[in-house]
Ligand binder design. Structure first.
Ligand code: COI
Length: 353
């Protein structure tokens, strides 16, 4: 399929690279492709970024058939622009499609479209230390219809925009509130899909945690509320003695690409990583025994985010004196080093646009 390109006649001024924050600015163009039952995906196009008009009856507004991805393009010291494991994002997008009865996309074509879009807006990829171009592919149901069934039409859209750190803390430790009332997902639900609905489900607890002075919530399993699942926008790891533990992908946890990359890096370094069930009790016990050395979250937006404090039922623990741990720092340095091509990439994770 040929991708039609319509260039903007009104390029926007670029934002101040020191004041990007996350998710505030959008590049000049976006990619759109339509799906119609019987015809498949069609009419791929790159057009000026801007408002799109829909009928108020389209199904995504009512029944939430909406999934997304998040990845980044990085500007290297040589001025080149690279992507980190985009194949993994497209694979996961298709897994989300399957769960939400959305027709699959052609992964290679989606990567080609993504690269073309980034090339059109290449000047939007920032070069300041710690910045990148965040890429948000998403699919929504567009049938103007109110019966409950999967839509017969969809749009696959990719928008991009320059970003800095996701958390105001940057690489400094964040405070995490362990949520014991609300749940994010249960096995059999949408938890392992990157469904917009999961984020809607998380907002209430997030708001409560914020009011108490915490940056994010740590979700527990939806049945017993005993076992750790993930943190708001990240997967989570604990360093206990010489073992690194992260919750196993049990069906209700998002299979993070940064999670997977950290596991692969740690194993490559000979560090013992266990993907298993881990309870809050075990974490607090390990802390009592002086064995809980570090905890950190992983995510595309958040990168590696050390956890400085946990609050579980008002029992607070401070990790590593509230400072970034040695392993968190090593992972951060190596992961971002690979992403910005500053260190060798033994896994071939990075690809030029
Ligand atoms: C990402 O890390 O890219 C995500 O999708 C999390 C997001 C909700 C900010």
């Amino acid at each position: 399929m040929e991708i039609k390109v319509e260039m903007t006649r009104n390029p926007k001024a670029k934002p101040d690279p020191d004041k990007l924050g996350f998710g505030n600015y959008f590049s000049d163009h976006m990619f759109i492709m339509d799906y119609t039952e019987g015809k498949g995906w069609h009419d791929p196009r790159i057009v000026p970024y801007g408002p799109i008009s829909y009928e108020p009856s389209i199904m995504v507004f009512h029944y939430g058939q909406s999934i997304f991805e998040g990845l980044k393009a990085y500007r290297t010291d040589k001025g080149e622009v690279v992507l980190f494991r985009p194949d993994e994002n497209m694979k996961r997008l298709n897994a989300s499609c399957d769960r939400l009865c959305i027709p699959r996309i052609d992964e290679d074509f989606a990567i080609k479209a993504l690269k073309q879009l980034i090339n059109v807006d290449i000047d939007w990829v920032p070069s300041q230390e710690g910045t990148s171009l965040y890429i948000r592919p998403f699919i929504i149901a567009t049938d103007p219809y109110l019966g409950v069934r999967p839509s017969y039409t969809y749009q696959f859209i990719i928008i991009t925009g320059p970003v800095g750190a996701y958390y105001k803390e940057g690489i400094n430790p964040v405070k995490i509130y362990v949520e014991t009332n609300y749940v994010r997902a249960v096995i059999g639900g949408l938890g392992q899909a990157k469904a917009s609905a999961n984020y809607a489900a998380s907002l209430k607890a997030q708001e409560v945690a914020k009011k108490k002075g915490y940056t994010q919530v740590l979700w527990l399993d939806g049945i017993e509320k005993k076992y750790v699942e993930e943190v708001g926008t990240m997967n989570v790891f604990f360093v206990i003695g010489d073992e690194v533990v992260t919750p196993a992908l049990n069906g209700s946890i998002l299979p993070g690409i940064t999670r997977k990359s950290c596991i692969e890096l740690l194993r490559h370094w000979g560090v013992k990583v266990s993907e298993r069930r881990i309870s809050m009790e075990e974490i607090y016990d390990a802390n009592e025994k002086g064995q809980l050395r570090e905890a950190f979250g992983t995510g595309t937006a958040a990168v590696i985010s050390p956890i400085g404090e946990l609050n579980w039922n008002d029992k607070k623990i401070v990790l590593n004196d509230g400072k970034i741990g040695e392993l968190s720092q090593k992972l951060y340095d190596n992961l971002t080093g690979i992403q910005y091509t500053k260190v060798p990439d033994p896994f071939n994770w990075v690809t030029k646009v």
